[in-house]
Design a protein around this ligand. Structure first.
Ligand code: FES
Length: 108
C-alpha cells in the first residue's frame, strides 16, 4: 500500500466534502466530527461523481438517484445491496494521508 498526502491538516474546517487525488486515484474526502474518511468518487449505482453529493446522518448521498453510503464502512443503505469502496486514512503531523493499494501489493 502506498500513502499519499491529500490535505494539510492545519486549518481543516469541518464538516467538508471534497474531491482529491491520491496518486492517480481520485478520492472523495469527507470530514466529519474531526475525522476524515476517504471513499471512491464513482457511485457504484450508475457511475456518477459522488463527490458532488452531500452528507446526511453519517451517509454520503449521491446527487443522481440519491443512493447513500455509510461514510465509515461504505455499506449502501438498506435495500441497495451495494458498497462503495473506502480507503484507509491516516492523520499525520504534516497532513492527511490516504492509502491506495496497487497491483504490486498482491505480490508483496
Ligand atoms: S449514480 Fe449514484 S445513485 Fe445512481
Amino acid at each position: 500500500m502506498k500513502w499519499y498526502k491529500v490535505l494539510d491538516n492545519n486549518g481543516l474546517k469541518y464538516p467538508f466534502l471534497m474531491r482529491a487525488k491520491a496518486g492517480n486515484t481520485s478520492v472523495c474526502l469527507v470530514g466529519a466530527d474531526n475525522e476524515v474518511y476517504a471513499l471512491a468518487t464513482k457511485c457504484p449505482h450508475a457511475g456518477a461523481d459522488i463527490s458532488q453529493g452531500w452528507c446526511k446522518d453519517g451517509k454520503l448521498v449521491c446527487p443522481y438517484h440519491r443512493y447513500s453510503y455509510d461514510i465509515q464502512t461504505g455499506r449502501g443503505s438498506p435495500g441497495q445491496g451495494d458498497y462503495i469502496k473506502t480507503y484507509p486514512v491516516e492523520m499525520r503531523e504534516d497532513g492527511v494521508y490516504v492509502g491506495v493499494k496497487s497491483i504490486w501489493d498482491i505480490f508483496g
